[in-house]
Design a protein around this ligand. Structure first.
Ligand code: SAH
Length: 254
């Protein structure tokens, strides 16, 4: 019997931000693959099997999950946030495309989740209220000069930007370089939201102007939202300012 492989997004961290569809997919599966801390978030029955792995082993994890699905198991691959955003859904598709034909003939589904930038944006106000883009700052899978080009293009086009994978121990300097590039193309007043561990107990949201943004304000659990020239702050007594991007673009209109 042909099994099934479902790639499930578990949201940013809070149990309340896991969708009912994701919970049903988890309840139906027999075998779970994913980065250890994500698999650990699941409340599994004793007969449901965990196959936790390191964060960097995405393709071998995808291959192992597909192999088990072909054997007839109901397999779940879990990602934090949304599985289609810098996560396992694309890794599984890459493995399916280049692997044995039987990997392409299993029942396959992707269950969406609340991605980090949406969780952080909701905490900040409405910074993604106008056009935006998402960029991973990791150069593990693309050259740094491509990232630089995209930063400049996005700044010049007026996109709000959400940065995933802003820093890691192996890449301590790139976020600072990214801010320097943006400071050359955007006013220093543009608001920058640092959203760390959104939805978890250690959540921290900070807002600073681009002129003061520094790489040591972020870690691997941070999603950064850099505003456009139109992004605004609403100051509030005793509360964090609201950050929002109005729905209409007025800049450059006579
Ligand atoms: N699939 C995930 C993203 C994986 S890439 C999603 O859709 O959210 C990993 C990056 O996501 C981290 O480096 C960080 O930038 C961001 N991230 C994941 N969870 C987060 C959270 N709870 N709060 C803030 N950023 C988070």
């Amino acid at each position: 019997m042909m099994g099934k492989l479902t790639v499930v997004g578990l949201g940013p961290g809070s149990p309340q931000q896991i969708t009912p569809e994701a919970l049903s997919a988890v309840a139906e599966a027999t075998d779970f693959f994913g980065y250890g801390p994500y698999v650990d978030r699941l409340d599994l029955r004793p007969e449901q099997r965990r196959h936790a792995s390191d964060n960097r082993e995405e393709i071998s994890r995808a291959a192992a999950a597909l192999t088990l699905a072909v054997q007839g198991e109901k397999v779940c691959v879990v990602s934090g946030g949304d599985p289609g955003v810098f996560a396992m859904a694309a890794a599984v598709c890459e493995a399916m495309e280049s692997g044995p034909a039987e990997w392409r003939n299993i029942e396959f589904a992707v269950v969406p989740g609340v991605t980090a930038m949406l969780a952080v944006a909701a905490k900040a106000g409405a910074p993604l209220g106008h056009d935006f883009c998402a960029i991973s700052l990791s150069d593990n899978l693309k050259p740094w000069n491509v990232i630089e080009k995209r930063l400049i293009a996005a700044a010049e086009a007026g996109f709000v930007m959400a940065f995933y994978n802003p820093v890691s121990k192996a890449r301590p300097h790139q976020l600072g370089q990214a801010f320097d590039i943006l400071r050359a193309h955007l006013p220093g007043t543009v608001p920058v939201v640092f959203g760390r561990a959104a939805g978890r107990a250690d959540e921290r949201i900070n807002v600073v102007p681009l002129s003061e943004a520094q790489s040591d304000m972020a870690d691997m659990a941070t999603c950064i939202i850099v505003g456009s020239t139109e992004t605004r702050l609403i100051a509030r007594e005793g509360r964090r300012p609201l950050v929002y991007s109005p729905r209409s673009w007025m800049a450059g209109k006579a």
